[in-house]
Design a protein around this ligand. Sequence first.
Ligand SMILES: Cc1cc2nc3c(=O)[nH]c(=O)nc-3n(C[C@H](O)[C@H](O)[C@H](O)COP(=O)(O)OP(=O)(O)OC[C@H]3O[C@@H](n4cnc5c(N)ncnc54)[C@H](O)[C@@H]3O)c2cc1C
Length: 439
Amino acid sequence: MKLLEDLAAREAAATDRSGHRPDTLPDGVVRATCVDDVVETLRWASAHRTPVVPRGAGTGLAAGASARAGEVVLDLSGLDRIVQLRPDDQVAVVEPGVLTADLDAAAGEHGLFYAPDPASAAISTVGGNIATNAGGLRCAKYGVTRESVLGLDLVLADGRRLSTGRQTVKGVAGYDLTSLVVGSEGTLAVVVGATLRLRPRPAETATLAAHFDDVVAAAAAASAITSARLQPSVLELVDAVTLEAVDAARGSSLRSRGAAVLVVQCDGRGAVADTAAVGEVVAPFATSWSSTTDPAEAEELLAARRAGLPALEATGDVFIEDVSVPRSKLAEAVSGVQAISARTGVRIATIAHAGDGNLHPIVVVERGATVTEGPPWEAACAVFDLALSLGGTLTGEHGVGLLKRTWLRAELGQDSLDLQRGLKAVFDPLGILNPGKAI
Ligand SMILES: Cc1cc2nc3c(=O)[nH]c(=O)nc-3n(C[C@H](O)[C@H](O)[C@H](O)COP(=O)(O)OP(=O)(O)OC[C@H]3O[C@@H](n4cnc5c(N)ncnc54)[C@H](O)[C@@H]3O)c2cc1C
């Protein structure tokens, strides 16, 4: 275990990729390299009543891993072993600091895959994905991270170790503590190990790109795919503002083909037929569409989608929203976001995991300008309002963190919030685990 108190280490661990800039720095950073380091840190923190902020790779977008004076960061990225890969059971046991894409690649050597694939899969940790219940591109078919977590090894706030869940695919003994901890953003326990479900790699994939004159038509086409009872594994939407940024970053010319694009991938033995059916559904909405079974062409389309956020970050400072709406309301949500942008004069790009109804309206401001006050924040709040008015949620996958906490009561109601704070007190009676986040 290393305790780092130098300025550079404290600055590097003070925030995540949300755009939030804390006005003070944490007191120190503990770099754990084994579970005993985590136990020792939490025992010490309990004895000294010092808040601990668990941290994976710091790619979070809700300031969940941000830390300030009086707090200590517990960096789990050094616990990065794939402990077991059991192809016959289609199960992996991993430490929390394993990068998500590395687990998927290791599973691939056995004809398997790890389904949760946030666009940050190459840079975010499995532990961070579990703590945020991360979504991703393939979640349209395979569900969010929770659907792939069978069991967890935890260190509780007082330093006790606890294993939850199971090694089996099914199992209903007792309350589902595993699911409770998934998505708890480091506020209930520190994840030090996970037993994860793998799945057989699909025999075939086929990928389609459709171009549209406007983003509302693209959103309507995405809803039409869902209502046609088709179930692609990937269904992503990218708008004109993002396409322009991606073109600038990658030297592509996607924007010249339309003001929005849908990237759709179907997998399994019927992938080619399913993709053709998707093509028929989107044709009335689109200006053009084409499909491919070539893995390199497919990867290029998906890479362009994944490049969306970094490309926008290269054009200014960003605040990434994460609202989710019922899938039939996607076009209403997208046109509502356009209206908010026009009314407030704030530049908002939209990327969406359209297959889940999960939109990322991204507020882009000039470098150095603040996103959490003035017109940018007013625009962000208007988007929250819009999502709730459509029967949606404040966050589909990034979590509440610090930034969306003031909005939580509007979605959950006071009774639910009180019950959740009571649960937190059972796990963490001294309130030392990531206080002020998530609930
Ligand atoms: C370019 C880009 C694309 C992204 N795309 C997606 C996407 O498609 N889908 C998506 O869901 N997210 C996405 N994200 C957001 C981010 O990558 C996810 O939230 C990810 O799950 C965070 O993992 P991390 O390891 O970086 O965690 P961190 O940012 O370090 O931490 C996130 C939260 O988890 C807690 N935490 C971390 N590790 C542990 C642990 N071991 N035990 C307990 N608590 C812990 C922290 O306290 C914090 O609350 C994207 C981010 C970027 C920068």
